[in-house]
Design a protein around this ligand. Structure first.
Ligand SMILES: [Zn+2]
Length: 378
């Protein structure tokens, strides 16, 4: 960032002052890590340009990193301008997580030359700050994969996760959530709970419904973007040619990544009374909606591989859960995931019905149509 902030940086810093302000990568990080922050911002810029093709009225969005190690991201409209802030901790946790997975012999061992990696246990550089998962910047053991291909995959997986997160935050803007929240409650869309409950009086069910809508938006646009890349391999860098070889390869990598992204927000038992008093629906319910969307997309578009959901999903989620637990101290509990998955079906329906109540409130702020939470028109 240099010595002095320019006007854009100053606005960003002021908007997110209470959450940590603008993150100064130049002052905090080693050169190689700094470059990754620039790459992520460049990728976000290309996503925004791509979305402009569908939403020509998309406003200018001031996107940057917030100086906080806590896993979180925020979208807001403030004084008429739009912002997306990603906590640096969120990005570094993702990078640390995927690097340590690919540096381990027992994880995703069909990728690259796994024999070069070690089998010693690597632990995610996470600490808990104020009850939230955060990146331990000052106590981190860097652990990059030794095999070059696996190293590239770790970066690619991080990029896929951050891209999903950015699509999700863009969803909050495009679907009118941020405009509605600003006008009605003078508040922002912060992904994790806040001790001072700055969202004011917004009902939890409404808040959770908008989160599901942002997930639906992010899933569908991740799919559309993948199709573009699959059809134009000349547009994308080396490793993504392997990941995006076809729709089946894309989804087997993508589901692994998204499961782990949501898993960072902790897996807990289904408890209706507790779960309904949170900003987000529980992680397995988000996964359920994401999978329903993928299923609908594949069905409607008559993909040859639309069996991937039924035949590969269970395996991908199993291996994602194992991978997560082998670099954290969580106990592998895929049974709990599947049990929650089934038990929350009714709760999921409640949210899908509530979407109809929200549509008229969001309509004045949305940039395009507001489709169902499972979009069947893609
Ligand atoms: Zn959100």
């Amino acid at each position: 960032m240099g010595e002095k902030m320019d006007e854009r940086e100053l606005k960003f810093d002021t908007t997110f002052k209470e959450r940590g302000g603008l993150f100064d990568a130049d002052r905090t990080l080693a050169l190689s890590t700094r470059k990754m922050f620039d790459d992520i911002k460049a990728d976000a810029g290309s996503i925004i340009d791509y979305l402009k093709l569908t939403y020509p009225n998309l406003p200018y969005i001031n996107l940057d990193f917030i100086n906080s190690p806590i896993i979180n991201a925020t979208a807001c409209r403030y004084k008429g301008e739009h912002y997306i802030g990603i906590n640096y901790g969120c990005f570094l946790l993702l990078y640390d997580m995927f690097s340590k997975m690919f540096a381990s012999q027992q994880i995703l061992n069909d990728i690259g030359n796994v024999a070069l990696e070690t089998d010693e246990r690597k632990n995610l550089s996470a600490i808990i700050i104020d009850g939230y998962v955060a990146f331990d910047l000052y106590n981190t053991r860097i652990c990059n994969p030794i095999d070059e291909v696996r190293g590239e995959f770790a970066m690619a997986y991080t990029a896929i996760a951050v891209r999903y997160l950015i699509f999700h935050e863009l969803g909050h803007i495009v679907r009118g959530h941020t405009g509605y929240l600003d006008d009605t409650y003078a508040s922002a869309f912060s992904e994790i709970e806040s001790p001072n409950n700055e969202d004011g009086k917004i009902k939890y069910i409404d808040r959770q419904t908008m989160e599901m809508d942002a997930d639906s938006f992010a899933t569908n646009h991740s799919h559309l973007r993948a199709i573009v890349e699959i059809n134009h391999p000349e547009m994308i860098p080396g490793i993504f040619k392997i990941i995006n070889k076809n729709i089946k390869t894309f989804y087997s990598h993508w589901i692994f990544v998204i499961y782990n992204l949501l898993r960072l927000f902790l897996l807990t038992e289904f408890n209706y009374d507790k779960n309904k008093l949170a900003k987000h629906p529980p992680q397995w319910m988000r996964m359920q909606l994401i999978l329903n969307n993928i299923h609908a997309i594949l069905m409607i578009n008559n993909f040859d591989n639309n069996d991937i959901i039924t035949s590969h999903l269970r395996n991908t989620i199993e291996s994602a859960e194992s991978a997560f637990c082998s670099i954290t101290f969580d106990t592998k509990n895929s049974e709990l995931f599947w049990l929650n998955f089934l038990q929350s079906e009714h709760y999921g329906k409640e949210i899908r019905y509530n979407w109809n109540n929200l549509i008229p409130l969001l309509k004045p702020y949305a940039l395009g149509k507001l489709p169902g939470l499972v979009d069947t028109e893609l």
